[in-house]
Design a binder for this molecule. Structure first.
Ligand code: PMP
Length: 283
């Protein structure tokens, strides 16, 4: 499994980062996860655009041009033994001489790319749906930055696992925000409700795809603040992410979502549109 680290291609198992790296000591870095289907990166331009936004937000320059990122990713993807992949890319503020929260005068970013097999959710999860728990969102107020400091997200996701669930749905001040590692949509009376992007949630690439598909196929949509009550009383809840695509949440805190506690009709439509769209751009 080939990785890329600071200008070099090398086996992943041999990639080493100094312990004084700010990514290691402070989680001072940003990342992307890019799904790859049949060795073709999905929505690469959008992922690179979001990476640039994350880097700007943490005051780091984009270390490589889009063409260079693309070249690195293509090379790593080509070298992998598996067809469907999940490319992980990370930029940290690099090493420091002494441990100091303030930035070094001149940062030498650490740039790392690796690939792993992409495991899309088994059909069973789509057919029966997943269970989720809820939690108060206790993260910071810059969740729009795809930061490597993921301690809160890890704790929140583990909370789901501890309850035998697949995701934790986050509410803040009475509003639906997102999941521990996903965006969340609600459907009520045939209308798709999407929390409006702001500094409290990650602007998901999959979130954008879902909204584009809804518009294309004429699914009525409202992008706006979604109340916690609206989410709890929705007919359907979905979670979306690059690796999970779109999944139906059928239980929230041991209560059925909608009447049946089964995947709803809007989900089934959207899932079909999503697969169709993937196939059309991957051809
Ligand atoms: N929100 C959070 C907190 C995430 O970590 C992720 C990605 N795992 C998402 C949303 C979904 O983003 P994307 O569709 O770009 O994968």
């Amino acid at each position: 499994n080939t990785a890329y680290l600071n200008g070099e291609f090398l086996p992943l198992a041999e990639a080493r980062v100094p312990v004084m790296d700010r990514g290691f000591l402070f989680g001072d870095g940003v990342y992307e996860v890019i799904p790859v289907y049949s060795r073709r990166p999905f929505r690469l331009a959008e992922h690179l655009r979001r990476l640039a936004a994350s880097l700007a937000a943490i005051r780091l320059e984009v270390p490589l041009a889009d063409a260079e990122w693309t070249h690195i990713i293509e090379r790593i993807v080509a070298a992998a033994e598996f067809q469907d992949q999940s490319v992980y890319l990370q930029v940290t503020r690099g090493p420091m001489a002494v441990r100091n929260h303030a930035f070094p005068a001149v940062a030498t970013p650490t740039v790392f790319v690796m690939t792993e097999p992409l495991v899309t959710p088994p059909a069973e999860l789509r057919e029966h749906g997943i269970a989720a728990v809820s939690a108060a969102d206790n993260r910071w107020h810059r969740c729009d930055i795809k930061a490597t400091s993921l301690l809160a997200n890890c704790l929140l996701r583990q909370r789901a696992v501890d309850h035998g669930c697949a995701e934790t749905v986050l509410f803040r001040d009475g509003f639906l925000i997102e999941g521990a590692a996903s965006n969340i949509f609600a459907v009520k009376d045939g209308v798709l409700l999407a929390p409006i992007k702001n500094h409290l949630m990650l602007p998901g690439i999959t979130y954008d795809v879902v909204l584009e598909l809804a518009a294309q196929h004429g699914l009525p949509t409202q992008v706006r603040d979604v109340l916690e009550d609206e989410a709890r009383n929705a007919d359907e809840l979905w979670m979306t992410s690059s690796t999970k695509e779109v999944l139906p949440i059928v239980m929230l805190d041991d209560r059925k979502v909608g009447a049946g506690g089964t995947p709803g009709p809007a989900f089934k439509q959207m899932y079909g549109w999503y697969q169709q769209f993937k196939a059309s751009v991957m051809r």
